[in-house]
Ligand binder design. Structure first.
Ligand SMILES: Cc1ncc(COP(=O)(O)O)c(C=O)c1O
Length: 395
């Protein structure tokens, strides 16, 4: 057996997601790409903004000596300074380059942070529904995941959180706007969360870090402003990327932000530098760092996602689907009309609509639709959603 037992178990646990993906490929082969409505992956259909290509052209036409060489593990000082300046302007918090570490996307950023923070057995609290990979990331660094459910609106259930906090808690990991629910946690919730964590820290006598996974932070609808964690809890660390706000998921460029008032901020930065190196990332891609230095403050046209949200959710609600209307990201997480979410997702598959069962996100009885697709895909899938709704007695 070539593969380690633990990895084999994880692969098996996640194999049905893979199975859905493969079924999608089979359907596409059988019926043609345009006859299959693929809402299974959060891979944005949108192209990067014009400024991205301008920056690429500028750098290609005017290459600086050494611009593709190794660099400090935390990234280029000018890139980190540009990000810090933008963040300081947006949040009012006095960030400098010292608080930013460049990473290979948010996925790498989370691993860098967890690797630096966790001793074996330290607990990481996550909230269901959650991003599937969290369990694997925590386990990568010998942590233990504690899952706390959210409430009926997918907002944080802080009473349930208080039940699981213990002297073993090292990290509380949140994700807003949320994948898969699209929910944005309100400022009052973040404030109350900060108060609870501060109390728990004082009781247990060891720091608890609030880690905020924020790759969808700029994808907000209905005029919502983003409730920043920094105002409510000093021991906070944000992890983000330009995968969604600049539509660059394949370019793997992201960063970690440490609150200037975080306990041991200097030691944390050194720790992140070390784990970025020793996890084998070494540094975030050089070319992309040069590019995004010039793109701080630029975002794709979020209105397009809001329009897709409206098109899909208005129609689904009219068909009788029970859903919490998302205020951000590009996912919606409706209730399935039967308890068996896997069976319902298979029924949608019969109509060549590919979605993901809520079980995969720790929340059965729901399904995730990733609507970062062409409007025409949504339009043409509506008939299948409607017929499936009728078949299951929704009105
Ligand atoms: C909640 C969440 N966190 C992290 C990531 C990873 O983002 P990146 O592509 O920047 O690594 C994703 C990607 O879809 C995500 O949905």
């Amino acid at each position: 057996m070539a593969i380690a037992q633990k990895i084999r178990q994880h692969m098996h646990a996640a194999s049905w997601i893979r199975g859905m993906f493969e079924e999608g490929l089979r359907l596409k082969q059988q019926y043609g790409d345009d006859q299959v409505f693929d809402f299974s992956l959060g891979n944005p259909v949108m192209e990067p903004p014009a400024q991205f290509y301008e920056a690429l052209r500028y750098l290609a036409n005017d290459p600086r000596p050494g611009m593709h060489r190794y660099m400090p593990n935390v990234g280029y000082p000018e890139t980190r300074a540009a990000i810090a300046a933008q963040l300081a302007q947006e949040t009012g918090v006095p960030f400098t380059a010292q608080h930013i570490v460049m990473v290979v996307g948010a996925a790498a950023g989370l691993n860098v942070v967890l690797k630096a923070l966790l001793d074996p057995g330290d607990e990481v609290v996550i909230f269901s529904p959650y991003f599937v990979e969290y369990h694997f990331y925590v386990e990568n660094h010998q942590g233990v995941t504690r899952v706390v459910p959210t409430d009926a609106q997918f907002n944080l259930d802080l009473q349930a959180l208080e039940q699981v906090l213990s002297p073993h808690t090292k990290v509380v990991l949140i994700n807003s706007p949320n994948n898969p629910s699209g929910v944005v946690y309100p400022a009052a919730t973040i404030q109350a969360l900060g108060e609870i964590l501060a109390r728990q820290q004082a009781t247990s006598g060891r720091p608890i870090y609030l880690v905020s996974d924020e790759p969808y932070k700029k994808l907000l609808f209905d005029g919502v402003t983003y409730p920043e964690i920094y105002a409510y809890y000093p021991n906070s660390i944000a992890v983000t990327s330009h995968a969604k706000d600049l539509a660059l998921p394949g370019e793997r460029i992201g960063y970690i932000v440490t609150h200037p008032d975080c306990a041991d901020v200097r030691e944390l930065q050194d720790g992140f530098s070390f784990t970025n190196r020793t996890l084998g990332f070494v540094n975030a891609p050089a070319l992309m760092q040069h590019v995004i230095t010039r793109l701080q403050g630029v975002t794709i046209d979020v209105g397009q996602y809001e329009r897709k949200r409206n098109l899909l959710c208005d129609n689904l609600q009219a068909m009788g689907y029970d859903l919490v209307r998302p205020q951000g990201a590009f996912y919606v997480f409706p209730r399935t009309p039967i308890a068996d979410d896997v069976a319902f997702v298979k029924a949608l598959q019969q109509r060549r609509i590919l979605t993901v069962p809520g079980s995969g996100f720790g929340t059965p009885g729901h399904f995730r639709i990733a609507y970062c697709v062409e409007d025409s895909t949504i339009d043409r899938a509506l008939e299948g959603f409607r017929k499936t709704a009728q078949e299951y007695g929704l009105s």
